[in-house]
Design a protein around this ligand. Structure first.
Ligand code: AMP
Ligand code: MG
Length: 638
């Protein structure tokens, strides 16, 4: 019996892969300046430039070539281009291709040295020494490398083969070089850590079980959703002694308050008028009055004092002047006399007898000084932000959130925008999850796509663990020989698989694991790859867990709403099914639910209009018109 083993790279390549994944977000910008008079004159086609571009895209798929140009072998033109690109900060790295030989016309290094602020001798040495190892002719290459402002400039020879080889020699150090030049300190630290720990980026201990050796039955117990949730909520307790942080009030939306907020000053801080009208003395009763002055919102309370027989014009929100004990709204008055040009009221008549305190908000009537206004562990809504602003808070202490990294797994996956080869599909799970989390206020990082090889899964998980407390991965948790996540977690990370089979549809193979990485507790959600399964399990396990570890006092679980079914719901499976439904309110104020159509777990469209999950027991049919409890997780519409 022969067991096929997939070929894999050297461990040096894992390190580079893993380091690359750490800074998925750092998309480099490259420039290519082809130096060749014949190409410039269109006598010859530029081959090396486009080849190098293809090589760059292959090596750094997230990066962009933001500058491409052909210039003649003219020192001034070359220098000019390099200067313009660096000064406009169009690229992080520019490669010149050509003009590096001994011919009188070869002036690229001279032009380069004329514009760089700093030399990069190490890069020059790397290029020359490694080229020499390939061919003695490299002795005749003159390659200058350096930095102008924040752009790294490297000279490559004009031969396509030599240019591509040169790129290969230095590509592994480019990301870090850019981080250093651009002082991306956070990333620099990550890279140093990753490099120091490169022993960790060795081969995975897991071997793919192909052929007849693979498991035919899951060794994991099937547990209920309720038990699975209890396990997760029980384990993810690291926020019980939650760390807190101070954020600006305007950035606090959806965060959980880590302190009680009390009012220092009373609101309103002065007796304020509720109406546009006149500040009056009630004992004067009805009748004509002289209009003494006007108080607008924002005017100093001490501006005017009211005496018997007078009124003061007053606007909503203005301070009620001393002497006044009521406000009479303008609708209850008549104008008797005005100034000649009509710009001022002179005499008005009070038509309705006022009562003491009428239409005045006394000091502290909205909020007394010292009152507890907002409570610790409540989630901050827009109105909370408003109250904080009213009370004069510009910053507020909130519960610190865990960092979350998202991984997709699968050989078949490509990022949107990439060309698909036969057999490939676009990765939708990662963007769906990033966005779903965002819709609940949580930021997560894109930790890339792991190919279905133990080494790749290991390297991707490792890179994600360096930066995150919680990893959410999708795919690779079923019974296939390429479903490697659990084994990699166990064998390479000594993780405890807390559960790996849940009695639900969709979402049966959901995995939850805990592990310690560099002395820190980490949590891994291994969600199934089917797009609907990954959404449903996120709603049932991930989002509630995130809310709980933030100590969100308002969140128990998604509320259950009694709704009348618009259509018949059939669950033929023995597992309980979470049917995606759209809950809406009809004109008779009844809540109704309509199924979102075919419920197969690959059909992401069944999530598109869903705002509810209807839990239907196994082998059950529910008729249209029956009233059932449905979990509401999204916005409710009419
Ligand atoms: P798996 O859980 O890896 O066996 O994947 C189950 C199904 O989900 C397969 O049809 C995969 O192609 C699909 N799938 C896995 N990951 C993704 C993803 N990130 N985006 C879209 N489909 C996926
Ligand atoms: Mg897969």
């Amino acid at each position: 019996m022969q067991i096929k083993q997939t070929q894999w790279h050297t461990s040096e390549r894992y390190i580079r892969n893993a380091i690359r994944k750490i800074r998925k977000h750092m998309a480099l910008r490259f420039g290519i300046l082809t130096v060749s008079t014949t190409c410039f004159m269109k006598v010859k086609e530029d081959v090396a430039g486009p080849k190098l571009e293809a090589e760059i895209s292959e090596t750094f798929p997230d990066s962009k070539v933001t500058f491409k140009r052909i210039v003649s072998d003219d020192e001034q033109s070359i220098a000019e281009e390099l200067k313009n690109v660096s000064d406009a900060d169009l690229c992080d790295v520019i490669f010149t291709v050509g003009g590096t030989g001994f011919a009188p016309s070869d002036v690229t290094p001279e032009a380069t040295r004329a514009v760089i602020d700093k030399e990069a001798l190490g890069l020059e040495l790397a290029l020359i020494s490694r080229s020499l190892a390939m061919t003695e002719m490299a002795m005749l290459s003159r390659l200058a490398c350096g930095i102008r402002k924040k752009t790294i400039i490297l000279n490559f020879p004009g031969s396509t083969k030599a240019a591509i080889e040169c790129f290969g020699f230095i590509k592994s150090s480019l990301v870090h070089a850019v981080e250093l030049v651009r002082q991306r300190n956070e990333r620099v630290a990550d890279t140093h850590r990753a490099i120091q720990q490169n022993n960790e980026f060795t081969e995975s201990k897991v071997k793919i079980q192909v052929g007849a050796l693979r498991h035919r039955k899951s060794p994991y117990d099937m547990i209920s959703v309720q038990v699975a949730q209890d396990i997760i909520f029980g384990k993810m307790k690291f926020c019980e002694n939650a760390e807190t942080e101070v954020v600006s009030v305007t950035q606090a939306l959806e965060r959980v308050l880590a302190e009680d907020i009390s009012a220092i000053d009373p609101i309103p801080p002065f007796p304020a008028s509720i109406k546009d009208g006149y500040a009056v003395i009630t004992s004067d009763g009805v009748g004509q009055r002289a209009v003494k002055a006007a108080m607008a919102a924002g005017d100093e309370p001490a501006k005017s004092v009211l005496h018997s027989g007078e009124v003061i014009r007053i606007s909503t929100g203005a301070a009620v002047p001393a002497g006044a004990d009521a406000v009479v709204q303008i609708e209850d008055t008549t104008l008797i006399a005005a100034s000649e040009n009509g710009s001022e009221e002179k005499i008005i008549k009070i038509n309705v007898a006022p009562t003491v305190g009428q239409d005045i908000r006394p000091i502290g009537s909205d909020i007394h000084a010292g009152t507890l206004v907002l409570k610790k562990y409540n989630r901050i809504t827009a109105a909370y932000v408003g109250v904080l602003a009213t009370l004069g808070f510009t910053k507020v202490r909130v519960i610190k959130r865990p960092t979350i990294g998202i991984i997709s797994t699968g050989n078949e996956l490509r990022n949107a925008g990439e060309t698909l080869k036969p057999g490939e599909i676009r990765d939708s799970n990662k963007v769906t999850l990033l966005t779903l989390l965002k819709s609940f206020g949580y930021d997560a990082g894109d930790c890339g796509i792991a190919r279905d090889h133990p080494n790749a899964v290991k390297a991707t998980v490792e890179a994600a663990l360096i930066q995150n407390d919680i990893i959410i991965s999708t795919g690779g948790v079923s019974m296939g020989e390429y479903d490697l996540l659990k084994q990699v977690l166990i064998e390479d990370f000594h993780a405890t698989i807390e559960f790996a089979r849940v009695n639900m549809k969709p979402g049966k193979p959901t995995v939850f694991a805990t592990l310690t990485h560099q002395g820190k507790k980490k949590y891994v959600f291994g969600l199934p790859g089917n797009p609907v399964s990954c959404c449903v399990t996120s709603l049932l396990f991930v989002i509630p867990a995130l809310k709980r570890i933030e100590l969100d006092a308002s969140f128990k679980f998604w509320p259950l709403l009694p709704v009348k079914l618009e259509n018949r719901i059939v669950n033929n499976d023995i597992r309980p099914e979470y049917v995606r439904v759209n809950i809406f309110q009809n004109t008779s104020l009844e809540f109704r639910a309509v199924s979102t159509g075919n419920q197969i777990s690959s059909r992401l469209n069944s999530m598109v209009d869903a705002n509810g999950l209807l839990l239907v027991p196994g082998k059950t049919t529910w008729e249209a018109g029956s009233v059932r409890a449905v979990h509401l997780f999204g916005q409710l519409h009419t």
